[in-house]
Design a protein around this ligand. Structure first.
Ligand SMILES: [Zn+2]
Length: 458
């Protein structure tokens, strides 16, 4: 193995939960020293004063869809988009790939697809579906970071949802394994039936009311309380569920919750009829709800902001010519999530210090990714330089993910990622034309496949 070293110097580096001047020395992909800035280091990379040095971001909610639906996305395109967005660790969701990651064999197939194509580090969630309940142990032992389930139809037939009895059974089994259950929380009894809804965004919003999230979240809290299992609420859209979540946490229930950049930065009122690129489930709600979600960011109830990057082909996203009932639901935002949230935070007078943990240590803790999301001695040297005032206008055709469609197309952001290092190696450099065709792309893919440490059952 060739030895390589790197020194990065910054007036504002995110270390120990605050910005401070620092000089970071990296040997063979690992941070070996974090110290005060000194003049001694020759050939140091110096981060300009209009930028900050952050740990590589962590996104614990990404749908890569390979193998099986690689025309929707794929490890190469998803991880290049991640690197360009400052994200150095993703955790892949178990569904939309074929096979879904519901057995140890399926996990092995997915890892074989990922290994040659991962430009950032990749971990994997397993799936909990009716068919594999009672048999989750082998998948846990194979190193998934936890298990995902749906409480309402997932959108793909091969990944059925759990009913309330199965939710309790899954949590009981997962508590015994010492793993965690991450839940798509919408109550199917309160959702409109599948089928055409027309081009009205209001009709789509009414078809997936806030009450469906609240009902499902209450069920998750109840099951977590009864079983002692660690549970996580995925992609919270309805802010009115936050008090129940906060109360459960205060009671000692092992519960975490995430929301997504699209819920924090887009409001239902601004979504044009027929604009199915904005369709996701649960849906983007009203501006007043968005304000309350920011309240959950500021009061610490929300643990993580993750993109729920869930692309498909342009054809599927526009099926039905803008009919929100027929188009595929899912928003592609892996490359722009941090810029989007920083832009909105700044508009609201919220400092960067508030959002950095939600993109780093927050999702790392949600997934049990030890050592990710920090700049610290002994940690992998995942670093990103973020230009605080680097204005950008999103052009879906120039983003790195596979299909040129996203809800963020045309949006203007106040800051952007300039550079990313993965294990001490430069994997993205905007000054080399990173927004364009990929002059910065240099193989081979050096991302690693991550396995969860299997802890003794508690
Ligand atoms: Zn998702």
């Amino acid at each position: 193995m060739s030895r390589s070293s790197l020194t990065v110097r910054a007036a504002r580096a995110w270390i120990d939960g605050r910005f401070q001047p620092a000089q970071i020395r990296v040997e063979d992909g690992v941070v070996v020293a974090v110290g005060p800035v000194s003049g001694a280091a020759r050939r140091a990379v110096v981060v300009p004063d209009d930028a900050v040095l952050l740990p590589g971001l962590v996104d614990s909610h990404v749908h890569v869809n390979e193998p099986g639906r690689t025309e929707w996305e794929g490890f190469t395109s998803a991880t290049l988009a991640a690197a360009a967005g400052g994200v150095t660790t993703i955790v892949d969701m178990p569904l939309n790939s074929l096979p879904p990651t519901t057995t140890a064999e399926a996990l092995a197939i997915k890892k074989a697809a990922a290994a040659p194509s991962a430009f950032v580090d990749v971990g994997f969630w397993g799936g909990a579906v009716p068919d594999n309940l009672g048999a989750l142990a082998p998948l846990h032992a194979a190193g998934v970071f936890g298990f995902k389930c749906f409480l309402s139809p997932s959108g793909v037939d091969e990944f059925p949802h759990l009913d309330r009895a199965q939710l309790l059974a899954a949590m009981t089994e997962i508590a015994a394994l010492g793993s965690r259950l991450i839940v798509h929380a919408e109550d199917p009894a309160l959702l409109a039936a599948d089928g055409p809804l027309g081009r009205s965004y209001d009709a789509f919003l009414a078809s997936r009311p806030a009450a469906s999230e609240q009902s499902a979240i209450d069920a998750v809290i109840d099951a977590a309380r009864r079983t002692g299992a660690r549970a996580h609420i995925l992609h919270l859209s309805d802010a009115r569920a936050l008090p129940a979540i906060a109360a459960a946490k205060a009671d000692g229930v092992a519960l975490t919750v995430e929301t997504c950049p699209h819920y924090l930065t887009i409001a239902a009122e601004e979504i044009p009829d027929g604009a199915s690129e904005f369709k996701c489930c649960p849906p983007i709600r009203e501006a007043s709800n968005r304000d309350l979600l920011w309240g959950g960011i500021l009061d610490g109830t929300i643990d993580a902001i993750v993109t729920d990057h869930s692309p498909s082909t342009v054809d599927l996203k526009t099926t039905g010519d803008g009919d929100f009932g027929l188009a595929w639901g899912g928003i592609a935002g892996l490359q722009v999530g941090f810029s989007a949230v920083w832009t909105e935070a700044r508009r609201r007078g919220i400092p960067l210090e508030v959002i950095v943990p939600l993109f780093t240590t927050g999702p790392a803790r949600v997934a049990g990714l030890d050592g990710a999301g920090v700049i610290a001695v002994g940690a992998p040297a995942h670093l990103t330089v973020f230009g605080l005032d680097d204005a950008m206008t999103v052009d879906a055709r120039r983003l790195r993910h596979r299909n040129p469609i996203t809800a963020y197309d045309g949006r203007e952001f106040a800051g952007r990622v300039r550079r990313t290092w993965l294990h001490g190696q430069s994997v993205f450099d905007a000054s080399e034309g990173g927004a364009g065709e990929a002059p910065w792309f240099r193989g081979p893919a050096t991302g690693r496949l991550l396995s969860a440490p299997v802890r003794a059952a508690v």
